[in-house]
Design a protein around this ligand. Structure first.
Ligand SMILES: [Zn+2]
Length: 330
């Protein structure tokens, strides 16, 4: 039911799944840039269509609400389900005469403060991401990580150091913002984060009160008080740029699932690395298979060792793309 045709595609249908090349019809699971492209027609949630439009000017979306069936080509029915990854993220469930298929895109099963929780549906074929598909990736409870983050930020503010909290502009930063806002901590956002946060607010998801970064608020004679500007939220790519290095003694915190790797702080140019992730961890990947009960599993975007792990457990599994390498996306 799944075909590799330079990209993932539902067999005997024109429907591509998260294709990186322009296609006639494509399902876009969410608006991270590794999943979007200008296709002729796009099936996506309204929020993904809006976020993707902002990021790449995509105008050809067919927005579909969660849990609504869409009949295509007479014998294909598609339904979108929440994926719990970032705002608007979706899985797609496909029903065809030859069986059913669930394609997860990026997802997680843990609850989030800014995103609807993932919803699984049983299927004959499961196509799943496996970003964290090795046993060392077992994340601690999100509330515990949130507490650690709040402690680090409060400690830095107390010591007169600028806390700089780094996470991806779409999804991670809004989750971080809600954690800090819930703890009553003031925030300033880098422009890339602020723009997406404004879109979240427009789409009815409050992220908390924040100010947009202005150079003069932080540097020079007119700089405002550290307590007032609060934590500075920024995307990870700024870590080694003057945006960060011009601060005298900043407290740099990176939030990513890769924080569980030993060298994470060096890799990200941070002082602290905390494992807050928008992806399923190893146990959640296994739980997904238990709940979907597929006849066959295809994995992509992750460790190929996960396929070996499944085969050891007598689960019929293979890579969705035969020559796939580990991709360090989050
Ligand atoms: Zn993603």
């Amino acid at each position: 039911m799944l075909q590799w045709a330079d990209d993932l595609k539902v067999a005997n249908s024109d429907l591509y799944l998260d294709s990186c090349r322009p296609r006639g019809v494509c399902f876009v699971s969410h608006a991270h840039s590794d999943h979007i492209c200008c296709h002729e027609r796009v099936i996506a949630t309204p929020a993904t269509a809006k976020l993707a439009h902002h990021r790449i000017g995509m105008t050809c979306a067919e927005p579909l609400d969660y849990r609504r069936d869409l009949q295509r080509d007479g014998d294909t029915i598609v339904r979108l389900l929440p994926a719990g990854h970032v705002l608007g993220s979706a899985m797609i469930h496909v029903t065809r005469p030859e069986g059913t298929l669930l394609y997860t895109g990026d997802y997680k099963l843990r609850a989030s403060r800014t995103v609807e929780s993932a919803e699984l549906q049983s299927a004959d074929y499961l196509v799943m991401e496996s970003t964290y598909g090795v046993p060392m990736f077992r994340f601690p409870p999100a509330d515990l990580v949130a507490e650690q983050l709040v402690d680090l930020v409060r400690g830095a503010l107390r010591d007169g150091r600028q806390p700089i909290v780094m996470g991806y502009s779409l999804g991670k930063s809004q989750e971080v913002a809600r954690i800090l806002a819930d703890a009553g901590i003031a925030m300033t956002m880098h422009g890339a984060v602020a723009t997406i946060s404004e879109l979240y607010e427009q789409l009815g998801v409050p992220v908390g009160k924040f100010r947009r970064y202005q150079f003069a608020d932080f540097h020079g004679g007119g700089a405002i008080d550290l307590q007032e500007r609060g934590a500075l939220l920024a995307p990870p790519y700024v870590a080694r740029t003057p945006f960060v290095t011009r601060f005298k003694n900043p407290c740099r915190i990176i939030l990513t699932g890769w924080a569980l790797l030993k060298n994470a702080i060096y890799r990200y140019g941070a002082d602290h690395a905390l494992p807050l992730s928008d992806h399923a961890d190893f146990d959640e990947l296994l739980e997904t298979i238990e709940r979907v009960r597929p006849k066959k599993v295809f994995t992509h975007h992750g460790y190929r060792e996960f396929v070996d792990e499944l085969q050891k457990r007598h689960i019929d599994a293979e890579l969705a793309r035969p020559d796939e390498q580990l991709m360090l996306f989050e």
